[in-house]
Design a protein around this ligand. Structure first.
Ligand code: BT5
Length: 317
């Protein structure tokens, strides 16, 4: 049995929290039921957390222990060669990843930390990173620095899709880089690019999963634990998110920025809204009408169309 099927089998089950019948897996993988049994046996022999019920129902019990994620990332059916490196605590996953990327660790390293002492957002802002959240940085080596802005939007799409697929949440993306549910920020994205000879990007993603939030963020932010009324498996969340990042990154590399922007627009809460944009050269109020191919927000303000490539956006009601 080809190891590609083992990866596919695992990949199919990542998104499912319930039992999946054998016939369905056989259909999805395009193999017979006997082959499904033998793939399952290979996973069991390899110590993977696969459960089998009545000999013909399967599910993964991935749990919440992020230190175990590294052994599962090896069987993700992804183009990016993900390797997860877990830390109990660090300053920021961006710093750890920057050091390793500078040493030439290469594309696909994922630094995950249970807790960050100085998690950061954009423009020097801080990111609250209590235990129980999902805080990670992925090292990527895109073909050109021109795609960085769109990559940032694409990561938002990956997070929103993951929250939709795993938890049926109505997750939306707010320009430039927030993922919100019911108007509250559940996830933030920070993309930093290297300045030296070797070009790499640090794709930082923070998701409020099982963590608490400080009182001053309770109005504007939310966590999966609070939204769903239960704790989630952060291992499942991480693996599903990596699969979605892989898909959007493939689209960006193999197809076009435009395709990623189109996907982003489908989940956007910003387009069609009256907004105030706080840009580098001042504040502008107008109607958010589009996002261009480079990921810039197009705002119609006083009969003039302006395009913003950075800044903050307030949705005005
Ligand atoms: C962001 O910045 O939203 C990017 C956040 C990226 C965090 C990840 S975690 C893994 C990796 N390692 C890091 O050190 N960072 C990345 P920005 O758009 O600037 O939003 C920051 C603002 O969001 C803050 O000023 C707060 O108002 C708010 N905020 C801080 N912590 C938050 C949290 N946990 N959940 C929701 N909002 C938060």
């Amino acid at each position: 049995m080809d190891s590609q099927y083992v990866n596919k089998f695992f990949g199919e089950l990542i998104y499912c929290s319930d039992w999946v019948p054998e016939w369905e897996l056989a259909e999805r993988l395009g193999v017979g039921r006997e082959e499904v049994k033998s793939i399952a046996q290979r996973l069991l022999d390899g110590g993977f957390p696969l459960e089998v019920e009545s000999g013909s129902f399967y599910r993964l019990s991935l749990g919440d222990d992020l230190s175990k994620a590294s052994s599962y990332s090896s069987v993700l059916d992804s183009h990016i060669p993900f390797r997860v490196l877990y830390f109990e605590e660090c300053s920021s996953t961006q710093d750890v990843a920057a050091k390793l990327a500078g040493e030439g660790v290469g594309e696909g390293l994922v630094v995950v930390a249970e807790e960050q002492r100085v998690g950061r957002g954009r423009l020097g802002r801080s990111w609250v990173s209590f235990r129980g959240g999902l805080w990670l940085t992925i090292v990527l080596e895109p073909p050109s620095s021109r795609v960085v802005q769109v990559l940032s939007l694409g990561l938002g799409v990956a997070v929103a899709k993951t929250l939709r697929l795993l938890y049926s949440l109505d997750a939306k993306v707010k320009w430039p880089n927030d993922v919100q549910v019911e108007g509250r920020k559940v996830s933030g994205i920070l993309v930093e690019a290297s300045a030296g000879e070797r070009f790499y990007v640090l794709a930082g993603i923070g998701v409020n999963a099982n963590n608490d939030l400080p009182d001053d963020l309770k109005e504007s932010a939310d966590s999966l634990k609070r939204l769903l009324g239960r704790r989630v498996s952060r291992v499942q969340l991480l693996l599903a998110l990596l699969k979605e990042v892989d898909k959007v990154y493939s689209t960006l590399k193999r197809e076009s920025s435009l395709r990623v922007v189109e996907e982003w627009k489908k989940f956007s809460s910003t387009i069609g809204e009256r907004v105030r944009v706080i840009g580098f050269d001042g504040e502008y109020t107008g109607l958010a009408v589009d996002v261009d191919e480079q990921g810039g927000l197009v705002v119609e303000t006083g009969g003039v169309r302006r395009v913003f490539y950075s800044g903050d956006v307030l949705h005005l009601r």
